[in-house]
Design a protein around this ligand. Structure first.
Ligand code: GRF
Length: 192
């Protein structure tokens, strides 16, 4: 596969920024062909614009069905020869149409040690569960939410007095190192 990435975001885009930085600093040998957001006001778009990367807004509300939206995404990604799709805070469920278009070629990052705490608010789930550690997982996306094969994980302790916000911040720092490393491993075919 080529080393052309498409990054999908919906919000802040700090993981996108970490991927851009890793490429710029030579820690990740890849090229981001396009950053697509489903929200025009996603703050993260600015990271792509500043780096001279093409951005595209595809508003899901303008499509009749989830599949129609996903077909539009596929079209834009294929047009740019993207071989690896990186979800970075993309808050949309992807249909089987999308997953089948990029088999084993879609990555997601999730702020927990999957299979623990999938879905929403995983940091709060970890606290509610009394977990002594949590972390981040980069995994391949399949048709089940947060359930695809794990590519890489990293751990952080849960500390006394942690709130969902303090735990999220500790995990996020880890995410920014983990995601570029996991992308490199997938591109190099060295992931476990
Ligand atoms: C991250 O915590 C990521 O693990 C989750 O959504 C958040 C996105 O943050 N999937 P950002 O937009 O990359 O800053």
């Amino acid at each position: 596969m080529n080393r052309t990435l498409g990054v999908l975001i919906s919000g802040r885009g700090s993981n996108l920024k970490a991927i851009i930085d890793a490429i710029e600093h030579g820690r990740l040998d890849a090229r981001i062909a396009v950053v697509i957001s489903n929200r025009a006001d996603a703050p993260g778009l600015v990271h792509a614009i500043r780096a001279g990367i093409e951005t595209l807004v595809l508003n899901h509300k303008e499509y009749a069905t989830r599949e129609d939206y996903d077909r539009a995404l596929i079209h834009e990604l294929r047009k740019r020869d993207v071989s690896l799709v990186c979800l970075a805070g993309f808050m949309r469920l992807l249909s089987p149409v999308f997953v089948d278009a990029f088999p084993d070629r879609i990555l997601n990052i999730h702020p927990s040690l999957l299979p623990k705490y999938p879905g929403l608010q995983p940091q709060q789930q970890a606290l509610d569960d009394g977990a002594s550690e949590s972390g981040a997982t980069v995994h391949l996306v399949n048709k089940d939410l947060d359930a695809g094969p794990v590519v890489m994980q990293a751990r952080v302790p849960v500390l006394a007095g942690d709130t969902a916000d303090t735990l999220a911040a500790r995990i996020l720092e880890l995410e920014h190192r983990l995601y570029p490393a996991a992308i490199a491993a997938v591109l190099d075919g060295t992931q476990s």
